[in-house]
Every structure is written in C-alpha cells, then in structure tokens.
Design a protein around this ligand. Sequence first.
Ligand code: SAM
Length: 347
Amino acid sequence: MNEHLPSPTTVRCAEIGDRRARPLRDLRISVTDRCNFRCVYCMPKKVFGKDYPFLAHREVLTFEEIARLAHIFTRLGIEKIRLTGGEPLVRRDVERLIGMLAAIPGLDLTLTTNGSLLARKARALSAAGLKRVTVSLDSLDDAVFRRMNDVDFPVSRVLEGIDAAAAAGLAPVKINMVVKRGVNDASIVPMARHFRGSGHILRFIEYMDVGHTNGWRMDDVVTAAQIVDMIGAEAPLEPIDPNYRSEVAARWRYRDGSGEIGVIASVTQAFCRNCTRARLSTEGRLYTCLFATSGHDLKSLLRGGAADDAIADAIGAVWRNRSDRYSEIRTAETARLPKIEMSYIGG
Ligand code: SAM
C-alpha cells in the first residue's frame, strides 16, 4: 500500500483565513487539460490545434496524488470538491478517482462536464460515489451549439446525457449556459422555457475575460440583470436567498412555483469578497484565483517526498497570503493582461 495514502479519518484543523479573512472551503481540481470540444470562446481551434503542447502523461497528477492532496485540503477546511478540466470525462477511468474522493467523510463531491460522454458514464459515476453534476450547454439551437463547440456536436446528445444523469440520481442537475452577446443571447429565453419545470437548475454565466485567447470585450457581456429581465418578461421571477454564503449564483424562482434559475454575475457583480475557492491545475499547481497569473507547485512537494504536514503547511501559507480580488478591480486594461487559460486551471 502506498504509505502516503491517507487514512479515512481525516482530521480537520482550525480554519485558515486569507488576508481578507476568507476561509478555504472549495477546491476545483482540473483532472485533464484536454477536451473533446473546441468551444470558440474557451479552446479555439486556432490556438488549441493539432500541434498544441498538451501536458505529457508524466506531468499530470496521478489519481493517488490527487487523492492525497484532497485529504490534505480537507484537513485545511475544504468541504466541497468539483472535478473539472478540460473535459473531466475524457480522463481515462475517472470513476476510479471519484471512488477514492467519495471515501473522504463529509465531502460534497461534484463534477462539471460538457455532457458529451455523460449518457455513457452517468451510472458508473453515480455508482462510484459522485453526488451531482453540472452540465455546460450554451444553446438548444443545434446550429448555434455546433458553431460554438466547433466539433459539430449535436444538442440532442447533451440532452441525453442530462437525462441519464438525472436517471442515475446525480440530481438536481445544474445546467450552465455562458452567454456571449451576438452569439447565443437569442437562446436565453428558449433555454429557460425548456428547463422550467424540469427539476433541473439552469444557470446563466456572464462571459468572462479568462485566459488570453478569447479576445474578451465588455461589449460581449450580456449582464445578469438583462438576463433576469428577459426571462422575467415572459415568466415572472423573484429573488431567493443563497443556499450558503459563498454561493456564486444569485438565485431567482418562478413566481408560479415552476422552479428556479441562477445567474452568475462574475463581471457585473463580482463576488470576490465571498470567494473561498482554490484551484488545482492538472499538473499540480495551486491557484488562488481564476484570474491568477502564477500558481504554486505542489507536485514537486508530492514527488520530492514531503510529508503530509509539510504539504499542509505550504498550502496554508499560500492561502494565508492570498489577497486576490481580480473581478472587483477589473478594467479594460486588466482584461488585456496575460492570464492562465480556463481549460488548464479548471473552469
Ligand atoms: N469541459 C467541462 C465543461 O464544459 O463544463 C469543464 C471545463 S469548462 C472550462 C467549464 C465551464 O467554463 C464551461 O461551462 C464553460 O462554458 C465555461 N467557460 C469557459 N470560458 C468561459 C468564459 N470566458 N466565461 C465564462 N465561462 C466560461
């Protein structure tokens, strides 16, 4: 047995706060930098083409390394882990990793996917211990969706994936739609109509200036307020309380009781002050903000023989020193600065 594999009784230590008194609660783990989609705003073909230098196998954290870090993070206060990428379901045997993470007591474990492989994998994911999924879907209009994913992937197969996830008990299924003006804003109301009353929770995300390949401009952003107005004009909405303090989506429910939607106003109503999230890249670098320009190398510690306590100390030191609040200080100038790609750091 690997001497570093943690015991199931992970001991939590006292809460650590960053320089703005934000605790460490959520961890996003990117399990691969690869994706089978080439969404034009995220992994455009002209950048992520055949010659793109994706990480080599040896550079990627193994499942054992990820599980070890997950246990250490849990000791430091992490309550929720979301697997992401790239596309997490293209990582071979990802169910095995889910089984390892699901064994951590009290951990809320979830995953974000483009849904393309979900119809095939939903039951195995659920059997391995996954609790819920979030599926990205940017339009119900097949032509728009195929143009956006740029690999000619049809809407119908993502909808099959959503059905399979719900049938496997990965519920409530959340569906995330990134809105880019002039590209898929005409899909907002049809998406709301389609998912209203389904039990799934549709969430709209303001288009963000992540990475440096998408040429972001403020004009591309349809604001959360505009989205709520568009949907509310057809089906009246009222705001509801967040489920927990650091929830990123503002929740709105249909007045007739037919469900709720969420809006993630990362650009127009930044939520940095409540951000309790760290990110672990595919090659084991720790980032304290989606808009960070550099990460902290945990893989060298793992592979250099550091003990769990030493790794916990290193993570704690990074978190205590954290002062990021990029979205609160975003300007047209900062939007142009180089940043890490979302497919690498994990969306
Ligand atoms: N492949 C998985 C998926 O499609 O959900 C996980 C990774 S993907 C990077 C996670 C989410 O980030 C997707 O919903 C994607 O639409 C979103 N995303 C990518 N670039 C974005 C941007 N510039 N602004 C807002 N959301 C973005």
